[in-house]
Design a protein around this ligand. Structure first.
Ligand code: ADP
Ligand code: MG
Length: 307
C-alpha cells in the first residue's frame, strides 16, 4: 500500500511512529505537510499538488491535523477523499469533533454521560447561567482552548461571575461546566481504534492542579477501565464518526462523563503508559479497511452491470 501521513512535522513522535509502523508492515509511506498541498477544486478529476508534483497512487491517508490548521487541513483531506483515497478518519468527522460545542450537543442527544454544561456568548444573566450548571464551584472554558490553557476553576460564585464577565469582554465563546471534584484532578484517556479501546491511561494533574494535561505537568499511568467506561469511550467515538479517537473521560459520582473527543490523539503518552504498539494497531486497521473496501468495490462493480 501507499500511505500518506498528513503532518506538519515529520519529527514529531506520533508522526515518526506512524511512519515506522507503515514501513515495518511493508508499506510505502510519505509525510506531507498539509499546508504545502495545493489543489484545483473545480476539476472533474480532483488532484493535489505538492512542491510542483501531482500526488498520485495513494491508497490511504492518515491525517494528523493540528487544531490551528483544521480549516485548511480538512479541505486537503476532503480532496484526498474525492480522489478515492481512504482516510483513517473522515474530514467531516474531524470537523465535527473539533467543535467542542457541536460534539457535546451530539453526545448529549445520544445520552452519553457529560458534565452538566452551559454555553454562552453574551449572557445578560450570568447568575442564571451559573444556576444552570449547579452553581460554584464551576469550570469555565474558552471554546478555542487546548492543552489546558483557557480552562479555569472558579471556586466561588463571585469568582465565576468575574471570570465569565472577563471572557465575555474578550468576545470569546465559553463553556461553563459543573466541576467534577471527585475526579481528583485526574482523567482517563481512552484510545479507540475501530470501535475498541486498544489502550487507556489515567492522567493525574500535578499536586494542587485540577487539570490533568500532560503539558501542564500531569503524569500518566496505566489503568483498568470499567465496562461502563469502555462502553462510553467507544460510543463517543462512534457518535463522532471517528475510526480512531482519544476519548477523555472524568470519573464522576454519576458515572463516567466525556469531556472531549480528540481526532488526532497523540501516541507518545499512550504508548509509553500502555507499552502497546498503538501505531501498529492503527496501520493494521488501515490495512483491514482497505481490504474490505476493495472487496465491496468489486461487488459493486458486478452489481453495477445489472444497473
Ligand atoms: P483542553 O482541551 O484545553 O485540554 P479540557 O476540557 O480537556 O481542555 O480540560 C483540561 C483539564 O481540566 C482536563 O483534562 C481535566 O483534568 C480538567 N477538567 C476539565 N473540565 C473539568 C470538569 N468539568 N471537572 C473537573 N475537571 C475538569
Ligand atoms: Mg483536554
Amino acid at each position: 500500500m501507499k500511505i500518506a501521513v498528513l503532518s506538519r512535522d515529520a519529527t514529531l513522535y506520533s508522526t515518526r511512529r506512524l511512519v515506522e509502523a507503515c514501513t515495518e508492515r511493508g508499506h510505502e509511506v510519505r509525510v506531507l505537510d498539509v499546508l504545502r498541498c495545493y489543489m484545483n477544486i473545480t476539476s472533474r478529476r480532483p488532484s493535489i499538488h505538492y512542491k510542483g508534483e501531482a500526488l498520485t497512487g495513494f491508497d490511504a491517508v492518515i491525517p494528523r491535523i493540528g487544531a490551528s490548521v483544521t480549516f485548511y487541513g480538512t479541505a486537503v483531506l476532503r480532496q484526498f477523499e474525492m480522489m478515492g483515497v481512504m482516510p483513517l478518519n473522515e474530514s467531516v468527522a474531524i470537523t465535527r469533533s473539533r467543535d467542542k460545542l457541536r460534539s457535546l450537543q451530539l453526545l448529549a442527544r445520544e445520552g452519553v454521560g457529560l458534565p452538566v454544561t452551559g454555553f454562552a456568548h453574551k449572557p445578560d444573566d450570568v447568575q442564571d447561567l451559573m444556576k444552570m450548571v449547579g452553581g460554584a464551584p464551576a469550570v469555565i472554558k474558552l471554546l478555542e482552548g487546548t492543552q489546558g490553557i483557557g480552562v479555569v476553576l472558579a471556586e466561588t460564585q463571585q469568582a465565576a461571575e468575574s471570570v465569565i464577565e472577563a471572557f465575555m469582554g474578550l468576545k470569546a465563546n465559553i463553556l461553563v461546566q459543573e466541576f467534577i471534584k471527585e475526579a481528583g484532578g485526574a482523567d482517563l484517556r481512552c484510545f479507540v481504534v475501530n470501535g475498541k479501546v486498544v489502550a487507556a491511561m489515567k492522567r493525574q494533574g500535578k499536586e494542587g492542579e485540577f487539570r490533568s494535561n500532560l503539558h501542564r505537568g500531569g503524569r500518566a499511568s496505566l489503568t483498568r477501565l470499567s465496562p461502563e467506561e469502555r462502553a462510553t469511550a467507544t460510543r463517543a467515538a462512534k457518535i463522532m464518526g471517528l475510526n480512531v479517537a482519544g476519548v477523555d473521560i472524568l470519573r464522576s459520582n454519576h458515572g463516567p462523563v466525556v469531556m472531549e473527543v480528540n481526532s488526532s490523539p497523540g501516541l507518545e503518552g499512550i504508548e509509553a503508559a500502555s507499552g502497546k504498539d498503538v501505531a501498529g494497531l492503527i496501520v493494521e486497521f488501515v490495512e483491514k479497511s482497505l481490504a474490505g473496501r476493495q472487496s465491496s468495490r468489486s461487488r459493486t462493480r458486478t452489481r453495477g452491470s445489472k444497473g
